[in-house]
Design a protein. Structure first.
Length: 285
């Protein structure tokens, strides 16, 4: 029995040795996820100083509960991006109560926001996030003047309803339609192209945010700019795709990546704010 047991163990050892030395068992080298640089806003955020109410809420000496509400379309409705930012904020500020509440409807445009109200329980939010623009960008008949007026009106409304809250516009992301005419390097069939109206919508958002001193996040730039919606639908050096094949929506991994980028940009802006306001820094960094 002892001899047979020794033979079995020797055979197993040999088999394990062969298995671990085979190519199928080699680990893939770790590659960091992409972190494109925004050419529009420093560190991804324009008018970052307008986020002071959020940074005060995270400080903890002013208030102990940071409340964020995000209105938007299907990107918001999925809840993955908001959850990714919320999870990171809670880990970074474990002594704070942090709630990032998504209020999203698939297919929605900014028009829907006129019928929505702030979800107020015991207090108004510290940050209101406006995350529309993708569906407007696919509307070739969009009235840009009316859209700009509507966006300004909603900002004024929120300032009246929650005067102490910061407002952040998430600029419309890069998205594509598969109707031909594409010129992206990886799109060998030339199928995917970006709707022209999408850039115009983004320009309105950027211009309105600057004019009304509202924070603006360059979502498209942080995705990678031109053709990023096509690149992210394919596996890259970082691993599996981060967007779905529709070239519009992020998968769960992509949403987590994107939420991480937004979190990083908020923290960069927060550190700069604390440096300018050292009296608010104790316990919050």
């Amino acid at each position: 029995m002892t001899a047979r047991l020794g033979l079995v163990l020797a055979t197993l050892t040999l088999a394990i040795g062969v298995s671990t030395s085979s190519g199928s068992a080699q680990e893939r080298a770790w590659t960091p996820l992409p972190s494109p640089v925004s050419r529009t806003c420093p560190d991804g955020l324009c008018q970052a100083e307008a986020l002071a109410p959020l940074f005060r809420a995270l400080d903890g000496r002013w208030v102990g509960h940071a409340r964020i509400v995000q209105f938007g379309d299907s990107h918001t409705a999925a809840g993955w991006i908001t959850a990714a930012v919320e999870r990171r904020l809670r880990a970074r500020f474990p002594t704070r109560t942090i709630d990032w509440t998504p209020v999203g409807v698939s297919g929605a445009t900014l028009e829907l926001l006129t019928d929505q109200r702030l979800p107020v329980a015991d207090a108004y939010p510290d940050l209101i996030v406006i995350a529309y623009g993708t569906n407007e960008g696919f509307d070739e008949a969009l009235d840009l003047s009316a859209y700009e007026a509507l966006l300004a009106a909603q900002i004024r409304r929120f300032r009246m309803e929650a005067p102490a809250a910061a407002i952040l516009i998430l600029g419309a992301p890069e998205a594509m339609r598969g109707e031909g005419g594409g010129t992206c390097p990886g799109d060998t069939e030339g199928r995917w192209r970006t709707p022209q109206m999408l850039a115009a919508v983004r320009d309105v958002q950027y211009r309105t945010a600057a004019r009304m001193n509202v924070a603006f996040w360059d979502w498209r730039g942080r995705m990678g700019g031109d053709c990023s919606a096509d690149r992210l639908t394919r596996a890259g050096a970082w691993g599996d795709p981060l967007m779905r094949e529709d070239h519009v929506h992020f998968n769960e991994a992509g949403a987590d990546w994107l939420g991480g980028l937004l979190y990083d940009d908020l923290m960069t802006a927060g550190r700069a704010w604390y440096a300018r306001n050292p009296q608010a820094a104790a316990g919050g960094r």
